[in-house]
Design a protein around this ligand. Structure first.
Ligand SMILES: [Zn+2]
Length: 231
């Protein structure tokens, strides 16, 4: 039995992360045939060898005669895939709902399905989400500290991984930390406003125009007497 063909078929299939069922369907043969070819228990006819070569985009000679070389960046099923395996389109990852969508064919899949190692980023993603919720729903400086702590921890985790996914995630940490700064000014501004220290409130709120209801508070500060000291 020709083991080179059997091994090449298996390696090529794994290179593209395909199942035997998918290959069988594409070649329009029963699943068992792909299994038998890869196991070296059966040998495809000339016509089928040509179709297999076309399917995997290699020459017939390559398929039959030498060990197929697998490009180093492709076999990594322990890395986040960048391209759709059905059409080759670029995958857009959404780390917050854990899915990736092909920009070309629109197929959406769970990232964890394509990349089992993805689970190790759970803590980072959870921390970023939690920080964002805090920043969107609360208005105290203590909350700012809480969010900052979560984002710093997530940043540290990203730095310790230092890979493709963590470098995508660290952008969200940085955005979050920038958001904390705005949040802090807003909280201080709101606090001054509530204490009727309008001048101080304006000072803080002017830094964060457009943030939450900052513009509205600014408008309400203007023209009001500084009554904080009076009270
Ligand atoms: Zn696609």
């Amino acid at each position: 039995m020709d083991t080179i063909l059997a091994e090449n078929m298996k390696r090529l299939r794994e290179k593209y992360s395909l199942t035997q069922e998918v290959v069988a369907a594409s070649l329009m043969v029963p699943d068992i045939m792909v299994y038998r070819w890869e196991a070296g228990r059966a040998y495809p006819d000339k016509y089928m060898i040509k179709r297999i070569a076309e399917f995997y985009e290699v020459s017939v000679d390559t398929l039959l005669e030498k060990e197929v070389e697998i490009a180093p960046e492709l076999p990594a099923s322990d890395e986040l895939p960048a391209n759709c395996k059905m059409c080759g389109g670029e995958l857009v990852h959404n780390h917050f709902d854990g899915t990736c969508t092909c920009a070309n064919c629109g197929k959406k899949r769970a990232i964890i399905e394509l990349y089992p190692g993805y689970a190790k980023y759970n803590r980072i993603i959870t921390s970023i989400k939690k920080a964002n919720t805090i920043l969107n729903t609360r208005t105290t400086l203590a909350a700012a500290d809480e969010a900052k702590l979560l984002l710093k921890q997530a940043t540290d985790d990203c730095n310790s991984f230092n890979d493709v996914v963590s470098s995508e995630l660290i952008k969200f940490c940085n955005e979050g930390l920038a958001n904390v700064k705005r949040f802090e000014s807003y909280c201080r501004g709101k606090h001054f406003f509530n204490n009727r220290s309008y001048k101080s409130a304006l000072n803080e709120l002017e830094k964060v125009r457009g943030y939450r209801d900052a513009d509205e508070l600014i408008a309400r500060c203007k023209g009001r007497p500084e009554s904080g000291k009076k009270a």
